[in-house]
Structures are given as C-alpha cells and as structure tokens.
Design a protein around this ligand. Structure first.
Ligand code: SF4
Ligand code: SF4
Length: 472
C-alpha cells in the first residue's frame, strides 16, 4: 500500500504507485489542459507531487516544454540567484565488500589498486584541497567494516576539520558513506558533518537486487530506509540521488520525488540536496553495458522538472559531466557543482598513472578549480564557497523555513561575495582575480538591504587586510 508516512520502503517507494504514476503521466503527456493546470500550480513555487511532475517530464508538447524550461530557469533565479556553490569530493578508501555491478570498487575487482589513506595522507590531501581554495568537501569511502569502520571515518573528519594551512580551512564536510545504524548516524552528527549523502542508485527493487548481488548493500529496504535512520540519529540535512542509466529514468524520477515526499511527510523536512549522476566509464565498467542511458536532452528535462517539483532542494552535478553538459543544465536548476575533482584515493597529492588508476569513475570535466571559477564568472554566475548555514545552526526544518520564506536570500549573496573574495585573495590566477573583483563590485549593488551592503563592504575590506571567515 502506498503510504508516504510509513517507515517501510515498500510503502513509501511503492512499486504499484510508481507504475500507476507512469501510466498516468504517459496518458496525459499531451493533455494541454492538465499540463496548464500543473504549470499554474508550479508557478506558486510550492512544489509538485510526483504524479504532477511525472506528467511534465513526459509532456511532448513543444510549446509547453519551452514553458517548463522557462519556469525552471525562473525558479532557479528566484531561489538561488546566480550563485553556484563549489565543493570537491575526497576519497578516503576504495576497499569495499559490496558487489555493485556499475562501480569498479566492487569486491570482485581484483586488479584495481586498493588504497586507504592514513591520517597523515588525509592531511596531505586536505592541504592540497585547501591550496586549491576548497572549503567544502564530500567524503567518500567504500563499505568495509574492517578497513573503513565508522571510527576511521570519524577520526578522518576530525583530522580534516583540524587542518589550517595558510589561510585555508575545510568548513563543511559532507559525508557519503554506506547505509548504517542510527547509532552511527548519531556519531556522524556529533562529529559535525554537514549533509549525509546516500544515493539510492535505483528505486526499482527488482533491478536493485540484481545490480547489488552481494554484500550488505544487497538489502534494498535497509538501504532505502537509511535516510530515516539518519534523521532519527539527528542528521537533518540529507542528500538523495539516483544513478541515471541503471533503470528507466521515468521510474527513477518518480521514485526520487516519492522519497522526498516521504521525508517531508515523516520528518517534516525534505532532502537538502538531490544529485543527478549518470553511469560513467571506469576501470572495469562500460557504461554501454547498461541499457538505460539517457541523452543530454532527457537529462536537461529531468533537471528542469526536479527544479520545479522541489524548489527548495539544492541540486548537485559533478565532474562526471562534461563542461558542455554542465553549462547546459546550470541555469535550469543546479545550485552546487564540484570543481578540480579527483575521484581516486589520494589523487589530489599525486595524480595516478592511468594503468594504476583507483578512480571510481572517469572525470569528464578535468579543469582546475581556478578554471571552473573563471568559467562560471564568464557566464555571469557568482562562484560561492559559502558554508555558513550549518555552522550557524541553520539546518533541517529551520533551514527549510528560511528557504521557503525567501529570507535565506539575505545571507546567500553576501556570503557568496565574501567567500569569493577570500578565494580571489588567496588562490586565484591574475585573470580570475581581475574578473572576480569586478564581479563583486557589480554584485554588491544587488544586495537589497543597505545596512547589509555596508557590512559586506566593511568585511570585504577586512578580507583584503588578511582577516577571514566572515559570515551571515
Ligand atoms: S558503489 Fe559504493 S558500495 Fe558499491 S562497490 Fe562502489 S564503493 Fe562499494
Ligand atoms: S547562506 Fe546557507 S543556503 Fe546560502 S549559500 Fe550559504 S550555506 Fe548555502
């Protein structure tokens, strides 16, 4: 029985409900009247149900599709302005006991070099990341209770937060580790993590069981109910995502939105972020082996429809995607991107020779962080290194209510400008510096409140003098 409030995965990601949703969406894909009604509701910026959003995703009326893209763009502008938050992944270990068939870290892969960073190696990696200018990390490890126990992850988080190299600091550590117990989530919360991220991979249970043939991740319900346990453990910012390409995208799209509805219904707060990765080539992984790959047009439509359906949820795209693809979807709803990423263990200190690669997937966008910052500014975006919210206790429902009332906007742009200025002072190339300073000057005028503008001006001057870490 479909029940968004239930704590059982089979109820809140109910297979029959998804099939009915897909039939409904398909039958109505050119029902102009219904599509108009849904678009009118979407304009209220309070989101859509999974059924309504599925109709927009299937819509095949060209003029309505243009409206969908325009609305997504407008919602993106209204909620996120022209800011893009930057982050980098940090791989701690690729030991893994699971058998995920789309990931080269699966346990049966005997030839990929297995690596686990020591605390000293983490230190070196973090210094390398700080020297690029990063302030926000996403930690990644395989699942292996012997090699990567929770104590290792907790110790690593402590190490990361403790490193202050020159003016550098990692101010927010998001964590992407395997589904775990309430007790372990509590420990992660106490360690001061930002968002707990866990990709569902696929919401289709039957496919899930086949794609995860061995290891603890095989347990679909345990995996799908992980966010519930994380919330119980006190983590109120969670990040969802699916790996597009494993199953039919329409199914995943509905499942993803039902997951968001479940979190909202059961805990009063939906996901903090949604990631939209696609299957990519890696050590012994050929993306063509998966039948459900999606083209760039479909990908753009998915991004636009997610933006409309959950306006308050940040959307993340990684360097899995090419510069060209990232360019295309940024304005449709993406609010966070990674830059200068290495997807191998220890890859920031020492780039690996190709034949010994421990990469989880091939990076398509190989530009440096400085190049990404420069590129974003060239397109009129404001690159932001802001990590203020969780450090100010603005998490979970507190964050969401500020977001829904639009008040968060009073913080985002000032914080973006101040953190960009820090980046420019400490790490930027001459060209990026020049462009950035001009952009900051121009954007200050966009801060609505005069008093805030004045404070920002004062703090920007302080940053020039060498002071750091101002935030609203
Ligand atoms: S996706 Fe995660 S759990 Fe699966 S094999 Fe890769 S690292 Fe292990
Ligand atoms: S102020 Fe909060 S919502 Fe805005 S960019 Fe910073 S961390 Fe994100």
């Amino acid at each position: 029985m479909y029940d968004p409030k239930s704590r059982c995965a089979d109820d809140f990601i109910n297979h029959e409900e998804i099939l009915e949703t897909l039939d409904y969406a398909w039958e109505n894909r050119h029902n102009r009247q219904l599509i108009d009604q849904i678009l009118e509701k979407a304009k209220l910026r309070k989101g859509l149900s999974h059924r309504e959003a599925a109709v927009l995703l299937d819509c095949d009326l060209e003029d309505k599709n243009q409206e969908i893209y325009q609305l997504a763009e407008q919602i993106k502008k209204d909620f996120y302005g022209n800011r893009i938050v930057l982050f980098a992944p940090l791989y701690l270990s690729n030991y893994c006991v699971n058998g995920c068939v789309y990931c080269p870290y699966h346990a049966k892969n005997k030839h990929i070099p297995r690596k686990k960073l020591s605390q000293e190696e983490i230190r070196q990696e973090v210094i390398a990341l700080q020297d690029m200018g990063h302030k926000r990390l996403a930690l990644e490890t395989g699942e292996d209770p012997v090699n990567n126990p929770i104590e290792y992850v907790l110790e690593s988080i402590k190490t990361i937060y403790s490193i202050k190299h020159k003016n550098g600091a990692i101010r927010r550590v998001n964590v992407n580790i395997a589904a775990t117990t309430v007790e372990n989530y509590r420990k992660l919360k106490e360690a001061g993590i930002g968002t707990y991220i866990l990709f569902q991979e696929t919401y289709h249970k039957e496919s899930y069981l086949k794609l995860h043939p061995t290891g603890p991740k095989h347990d679909y319900n345990y995996h799908t109910e992980a966010m519930d346990r994380a919330m119980e453990g006190g983590i109120d910012d969670v990040g969802c995502g699916v790996l597009f390409g494993l199953e039919l995208y329409r199914y995943e799209f509905a499942g993803l939105l039902m997951h968001a509805e479940h979190l909202e219904a059961a805990f009063g707060v939906g996901p903090h972020t949604i990631s939209v990765p696609r299957v990519k080539r890696a050590d012994d992984i050929d993306p063509d082996a998966f039948d459900n790959g999606i083209d760039d047009d479909t990908f753009a439509k998915i991004v636009a429809c997610i933006r409309i359906a959950v306006p308050y949820t940040g959307m993340i795209i990684s360097t899995r995607e090419s510069q060209q693809c990232r360019e295309r979807v940024l304005h449709l709803g993406i609010s966070q991107i990674s830059g200068g990423s290495r997807t191998s263990v220890g890859g920031y200190v020492e780039p690996e020779p190709e034949e010994e690669s421990s990469e989880q997937f091939e990076v398509s966008d190989r530009r440096s962080l400085d190049e990404v910052v420069n590129w974003l500014m060239g397109m009129g975006y404001v690159p932001s290194f802001c990590t203020a919210c969780y450090r100010e206790g603005r998490t979970g429902d507190r964050f969401m209510s500020l977001c829904k009332s639009g008040q968060i906007q009073n913080c985002c742009l000032p914080n973006a400008l101040m953190t960009l200025k820090e980046y420019l002072m400490d790490y930027a190339s001459p060209d990026t510096l020049e462009k950035g300073l001009a952009l900051i000057q121009q954007q200050i005028g966009e801060i609505p409140r005069q008093r805030t503008r004045e404070i920002v001006q004062e703090r920007l001057a302080e940053i020039e003098k060498g002071n750091r870490d101002f935030r609203f």
